[in-house]
Write a protein that binds this ligand. Sequence first.
Ligand code: ZN
Length: 150
Amino acid sequence: MDLKDLYRDVILDHNKNPRNFGKLDPCDTSADGHNPLCGDRLTLTLRLEGDRVSDIRFDGKGCAISTASASLMTEAVKGLDARAIAALRGLVHDTLTASGDSAVPHGLGKLAALAGVREYPARVKCASLCWHTLNAALAHRDGTAAVSTE
Ligand code: ZN
């Protein structure tokens, strides 16, 4: 199995069986994200202990890439503090925007599957929507934040 097949299988799996799907009620912070280019919409709800994400869920409707990306993200960030999340977000951003043949950064775990998305530049916003939304949820902890990738 080559790497592209592996990436595709991870995306398909997380789209079909999204992890951490639903809403936390009550939650400590939440945010809504919208990608008008594709129509992806998602809502993140988080529980925090200090600046550590103790639990996170996502809800909404979107294309396979946005759903899989959000599912992978919730698995990756649960238990991390804001600093570790910012570092991971940077790695994901680099991965999504790198040229097609450059190496995938280390430390991504399953998120490396998102490297498959960079062959489809129009879909990068589908994959990054959840990360923008997470950023908004962590930055505006005292209410509901909304982001649009437009
Ligand atoms: Zn999409």
